[in-house]
Design a protein. Sequence first.
Lengths: 52, 810
Amino acid sequence: MDIVFLLIPLSVVLAIAIGAAFWLAVDGGQFDDLEGPGLKVVVDDDSPAKES
Amino acid sequence: MSRPNPAPAAEDCFHCGLPIPRGALFGHADGGRWRGFCCAGCEAISQAISGNGLDDYYRLRTAPAATAPATEARPASIYDDASVQQRFVRTLADGTREAELVIEGMRCAACAWLLEQSIARVAGVAHVCVNATTRRALVTSTAELLSPVFEAVRAVGYTAWPCEQDHLARMEDGERRALLRRLWVAGLGMMQVMMYALPAYIGASDVTDDAAGLMRWAGLVLTLPVLLYSGAPFFTGAWRGLRAGRAGMDLPIALGISVAFAASTWSTLRGAGAVYFDSVTMFVFLLLGGRWLEHSARLRAGRALHHLVAWIPQSACRVKSHDDAQGEHVPASSLHPGDLVLVRPGETVPTDGTLASDRAAVSEALLTGESRPRERLPGERLVGGSVNAGAAFIMRVTHVGADTVLCALRRLVERAASERPASVQMAGRAAAAFVVLVLIASLAGLAAWWPSDPAGAVWVAVSVLIVTCPCALSLATPAAVTVATGAMARHRFAVTRAGAVERLAEATDVVFDKTGTLTLGAPVLREVMTFGAHDEAACVATAAGIGRLTSHPLDRALVEAAGATARPVQHQRSFTGHGAEATIDGSVLRLGHAGFVRELTGTAPPVTAMPGADTFVWLGGADGWWAAFRIGDALRPGAPAAVAALRKLGLEAHLLSGDGEQPVREVAARAGIGNALSRATPADKAAFVARLQESGRRVLMVGDGINDAPVLARADAAVAMGSAADVAQLEADAVLLSNSLDDLVIGLTTARATRRVARQNLVWGLGYNFLVIPMALAGAVTPLAAGIGMSASSLIVILNALRLARMPRR
């Protein structure tokens, strides 16, 4: 059971790291639109033909 | 969660999903399947979408599109003007220009995709990003002119407005992000802290004391940010309440989590005793989760349109004289009384004034909810914000800026909103009294035990505070409201304001606006008078044939009435502002104004049009007058049934309208409303509601025009129609997206069910506490039992609230 003395502090560090990563993602605007981007990737047409 | 693509039924419009009016002949075959449309606008939009190869939109969408806008408020070319552009366009370092637009009419994520594809095809556009949640589009372009972007948006059925770079929008974005961060920190903390608490719950025997101590410390470390960062709004709220001298809902929450945290920290430092870190984090997470859902629902319901600059048009075409056909485009703010302004067809009247041309037809739909154009004679008043529905005209400016009707209305709205009676929430009052009670109880416990056992006395005092942790009480109402809001949204009854559900449930009187709310706000054929050799059916069929190809709302009413009997015509021509002309069986016939038809018949009309709310459309040819059609507003289908259902719920119905007495009384009688007030100005309406409130009634107002905004703001609860002006929606607590009054009844029923569930929850929370406080005072509550009691009481409240998700079906 000695392993818990390593794993518990590790889990705290991990949780803080995940929190920090998420924090950056929110500030980067990744959560501003929760619907649109999910749909955009399923539509194939990535390069709309420019009309000219 | 997205529902499968709602393919409209065969008789519904392929584009917007509305029922196709009888006899409308809009449609075409596509890939072997017939696509029917409700109007020419929807068909044109659908063709534009298909023509660009964007048919995927129809496959991907999760909600039907908005119906094609009836009139374009202003030509897109004004957005090319530098003085207009400086308000919403930024020039970036590399010389490209960045514009932010608000898009009206977005319904789902597929809309965002469609718009991105369409805007990206505009020449010069380098990058475009459409946000489906905030309904804003960020366009980067190398081109000087931005009108093609606005036109591209319009071609696919949306309306784009420039979004001013105001700090209010920025602040709201910041708030949203902060709330999301708090929620995530709380969620992450909750999951991890729960892990550390698990061994204590399951009574794991092989955990050494050292390991248990380490887990307590780990829990402390992860709870600290949850308490201090995620829980910060509760502390600031409690502090603000204390300073204002009242104990709100935030106080018991702040007290509960800090006492539980302090007691747990003490146990951690001592290395013995129970910890409640898991309860603290879970509680904070649940409360923030409720706030987040509420916030999202509000955003979805269109509060983002708050930042529209659509209140007043920004540019006007100033002319020097009546013969000046060119004019110069100037910002509307630089107009002065006495200026002459040219208003082209479809443009918005920039400010208040009088008509200087011979004749004009304007639609005041934005103001009154009625779409039918109104005739104006020289010298008559024109209200800024109405739309030119006829030929171009010249007006003389009389009022600008703060003196205009629109600004006066806005002031009225602001004042009415500030006078709205404050509804004290039951839960808040109960909780405040409860906190005082608990504090007294725990002090009493401390005093009673202190002489015999000082250490035990402290535990008793703390355990009273912990077991009574007001989780259940403070979750009682929010949990019920959150679940109910979601359930109502599925019925297209969008609650847009906090506290609205409680206020809806308390309503005792329903006040309806007439035009556009109880009535459709769109004309239908009500009476046919024939004068010649032709019978009624033949006249309607012929008129429908002539009017079929125009998009005039009055002609639409005729086409709808004729159905499939509309006669084919040749050489159809329309004369804007007058009527239409066509050849049938070799003879020329005209449909339109009396004067216009008279040019053919040569004689005066056989009857004079009765003055009233209805419009007369005449039909005649060289052989004389054929018929007159009385066309007017019709009652919304289902309105009488909805009024009857409301009465069954114990609500009294009233009708308020600015129209004349006779049509108002007629509509009231048909809808089954006994109490009607006609010729009411917006101020009269607000006063009427205030009188009801003074006599102790709780008023629910249902309306749709800008002129309803003050009374919507004044009423205890307000519901706006989905077709309502944005300003009216802004002042409303809820929006009837379906425009169906049936859903109003469903909404009210749900609101009352919500109140019932919230009360059950409160009773449960109080009952639980009255049971455990004596036990805690007697020293009979073990630390583990305190923790379990805390969590279980919250869970029961949430499970009870979830019952609301099962809503009555239509």
